[in-house]
Design a protein around this ligand. Structure first.
Ligand code: PMP
Length: 351
């Protein structure tokens, strides 16, 4: 705190990202990164862009990337927005598409950046309780609102909501923008992008950080009606004309080109998720059904904070949220088979 801070900054409550420890030899299962690394074709494309051309600004509209995404999802480039990670895309959505004066609705257990954006942009937030089994109740979203947002699958639970339930939410909320945050959809969910032509108020966001293993590159996207996209472009062009650098654009285009690598690595993560879920159940954990690259699990007898600390002492890092309803859960990112085995060995020592 300093006397130079504006009153606005004094009152901000920033997001706290998962830890990125500087230590080597850690089994790092705390921030839902992909254990397999990006496609070799992505690395090649980035290397191909490392030349004197970097003196030039990147394409302000990242047209080549928008075309690649539009082709991949059978939409038009006018239905695509890209940004510096989906966090930036989400920020522009809160700023440009959620109506002030009415509360924005999201689940009580959800991505903890949503309330932060509400604080940043002066939007009222109203949380909607998940059911006792941690599923989203679509009926509870029938109330006046200035926008609705939820991850699908939800984070940190990993639980998937069916497209029929998403349509139910859309049909009862035609006057506000409904955002489906599909950060983890490629690990077993079905995208709602197929619905955007029927619902002009639906916006779907995705990221290349998880299923395409490019968290370090920062590329996110949104797909929706061209008028929603235009609002995001207006915000973006009033904030930063070049959110994606030349290398990120090249790498992201290549990521959408290499379908086979994408499928193979997503399937490997999903297979390991099922193996790890079973092994954790055998150790006495209740594991929520996950369609993501992480699982959310609580032990029937052991305290979650104690387990997280005990794991850390054995150089295995997982995420523990000290928040109501979920403080007995651990969120565990799916690692390689070796990393998952190391986690299980460490847990066996503790339990
Ligand atoms: N949405 C959800 C639900 C997430 O968990 C994350 C990752 N923290 C993001 C969006 C943002 O991801 P990124 O900015 O890396 O695209």
């Amino acid at each position: 705190m300093s006397r130079f801070w504006s009153p606005f900054v004094k009152d901000l409550v920033p997001y706290v990202p998962g830890e990125q420890p500087k230590l080597d030899n850690l089994v790092k299962l705390n921030t839902n990164e992909n254990p397999y690394g990006p496609s070799p074709r992505v690395l090649e494309a980035i290397r191909g862009g490392v030349d004197a051309g970097l003196r030039l600004y990147p394409a302000p509209n990242a047209d080549s990337l928008k075309s690649a995404i539009a082709g991949y999802y059978s939409v038009t480039p006018q239905q695509v927005f890209v940004g510096n990670g989906s966090d930036e895309v989400l920020a522009h959505i809160f700023h440009g598409l959620f109506q002030h004066g009415r509360p924005v609705l999201f689940p009580d257990i959800s991505y903890s950046f949503y309330p932060v954006y509400c604080g940043l942009y002066g939007i009222e937030a109203r949380t909607v309780e998940l059911a006792d089994d941690f599923t989203i109740c679509s009926d509870d979203y029938q109330q006046p609102n200035g926008g609705i947002i939820f991850p699908n699958p939800n984070a940190p639970t990993g639980i998937l909501l069916g497209l029929d339930k998403i349509e139910a939410i859309l049909q009862t909320n035609t006057e506000s923008v409904v955002v489906v945050d599909e950060a983890y959809v490629d690990f077993g969910g079905e995208t709602a992008i197929g619905l955007v032509d029927r619902y002009p108020n639906l916006l779907v966001t995705q990221t290349l950080s998880k299923s395409r293993s490019l968290a370090g590159m920062r590329v996110g996207l949104a797909v929706g009606h061209p008028e929603l996209i235009e609002a995001l472009e207006r915000i973006k062009n009033s904030f930063n004309s070049y959110p994606l650098d030349r290398l990120a654009i090249l790498g992201a285009v290549a990521a959408f080109d290499d379908e086979e690598y994408f499928r193979t690595t997503c399937q490997a993560v999903m297979r390991s998720r099922e193996n790890l879920s079973q092994a954790l159940q055998a150790l006495g954990f209740e594991v929520l059904p996950s369609a993501a690259n992480f699982i959310f699990a609580r032990h029937r007898e052991r305290d979650a904070a104690g387990l997280a600390q005990g794991l850390r002492e054995q150089r295995v890092i997982v995420r523990h949220f000290n928040a109501p309803r979920i403080n007995q859960f651990l969120r565990i990112t799916i690692g390689t088979e070796e990393q998952n085995q190391a986690l299980l060995e460490a847990l066996k020592q503790l339990i």
